[in-house]
Design a protein around this ligand. Structure first.
Ligand code: FNR
Length: 416
């Protein structure tokens, strides 16, 4: 792959800020349905029509329409679209719908406790916020707002290396529990200092994302880019002190291109383990054999994920790979899942198939764009209410009572 585009997708800096409006409307799937075409906002930026935006969101997908009405097209597309033909993106959502729930009758359950424990941390519900980059582009308070919402909901915020604020700022924004998702600086001294800062700031685990590099037609067509000021700030937040505002945009882009380690192998975890005592999770696992390897080197958590269908189109829906990973891990580490979770029933299905909790990406990115901290609180609340309803309907008073026999899993059939 073109190395420049690969690194750009880590730090979100395409080489130009030009937005090609004419092409930006190509839409292809249910994640991203056709619109009436772009509208101009006061600042002259293209925006999607607000016509179909619901006044009061009652489900996760309502936030997508609200975000579309608020954001410049290129930013909305950055959040929403998937790689290439978006087959994996669609499958992530659709595969959940193929799993059926078969509730037992007359269980006498009328209330349910959604609290659970993830990596020794009590949380109020098994829905966590996945690492999502560039949050200051969606809302001025960006990851600070997301951190406050997660803290208020008593759940975990997994903070992206590219979230848009420093690890200390995000830690200071809320008391809530946090994980840190690491993209790895090539300069191991910078990487080490970053990990030390993460520990000092009170993060509770490190997530290493191993399915690096997004490849999305919409972003290339839109020339989606972090403005220079944001890119400089991002690189300095990571610890690249040599990057300054005085540098030209091109020089910052060139620096960014050289800065990241894109050739990780399993040995990286030995190095990481040698410099931190925090629990380690690997994000991006789909194969049982990789999950077994992760467990054999002592990783505490495995996140089943295809990067929300943003990387390599044609990968299977993450929920379809969950049972195989759970079997391979065999209780020796905690297994999480992300990709396509849009309903409380999706959470129930993932837990029934062995996930300890799920992570959401686009749902809270849309909600952040739509209404900042309140939006993220609301999207978590919607999933909480839907999961509560699903648990009562299936007679589960506790999270640990969610079990495989509640679902009919035929996810291997009828792809696409
Ligand atoms: C992501 N994702 C991601 N993952 C990661 O490890 N580091 C990152 O910086 C980002 N950035 C990012 C930006 C945006 C806008 C999105 C939507 C996603 C992937 C994310 O953590 C997660 O795997 C998926 O979003 C899960 O799929 P859903 O919930 O979006 O369907």
């Amino acid at each position: 792959m073109n190395r420049r585009i690969f690194t750009q997708m880590i730090s979100l800096a395409a080489g130009s800020t030009v937005v090609l409006q004419a092409d930006a409307q190509e839409r292809s799937d249910e994640e991203n349905p056709p619109t009436d075409g772009p509208k101009s906002d006061e600042a002259g930026g293209p925006r999607h029509a607000a016509l179909d935006a619901p006044r009061e969101p009652v489900k996760v997908e309502d936030f997508k329409a609200l975000a579309k009405a608020k954001l410049p097209t290129a930013t909305f597309d950055y959040i929403t679209t998937g790689s290439a033909d978006e087959i994996t993106l669609r499958q992530n959502v659709k595969a959940f719908r193929r799993i059926k729930i078969l509730p037992p009758l007359l269980t006498g359950v009328s209330e349910a406790d959604l609290s659970t424990i993830v990596l020794n941390q009590p949380v109020a519900l098994p829905v966590l916020l996945a690492p999502v980059a560039a949050q200051r582009m969606y809302h001025p308070r960006g990851a600070l707002a997301a951190a406050r919402a997660a803290g208020a909901a008593r759940t975990i915020f997994a903070v992206s290396s590219s979230a848009g604020h420093s690890v200390e700022q995000i830690a200071g924004a809320s008391e809530g529990p946090k994980w840190f998702q690491l993209y790895v600086p090539k300069d191991r001294a910078v990487a080490r200092r970053l990990v030390e800062r993460v520990e000092r700031a009170g993060y509770q685990a490190i997530v290493v994302t191993v399915d690096l590099g997004e490849w999305k037609d919409a972003d290339r067509r839109n020339r989606f880019a972090l403005p220079k000021e944001m890119l400089v700030r991002h690189l300095r937040d990571v610890g690249f002190d040599q990057v300054t505002e005085e540098m030209s945009y091109q020089d910052v882009l060139d620096f960014n291109e050289r800065a990241w380690d894109l050739s990780l192998s399993w040995e990286f975890f030995d190095w990481l383990r040698s410099i931190t005592t925090l629990p380690l999770l690997i994000k991006g696992v789909l194969r049982g054999e990789d999950a077994r390897k992760a467990v054999s080197i002592g990783l505490e958590g495995v996140i089943v994920s295809n990067h929300g269908g943003r990387k390599l189109d044609g990968m299977p829906a993450s929920i379809t790979m969950l049972p195989g990973v759970v079997e391979a891990v065999d209780g020796r580490a905690e297994v999480y899942l992300d990709g396509g979770v849009r309903r409380g029933t999706d959470v129930l299905k993932a837990l029934a198939l062995g996930a300890k909790a799920v992570l959401i990406g686009r749902p809270y990115a849309w909600a952040l764009a739509a209404d900042g901290e309140d939006g993220v609180r609301k999207v978590i609340e919607l999933l909480r209410e839907e999961l509560l309803n699903a648990m009562i309907a299936t007679g589960c008073a506790k999270i640990r009572e969610i079990r495989p026999s509640l679902v009919m899993n035929d996810t291997s059939r009828g792809q696409e």
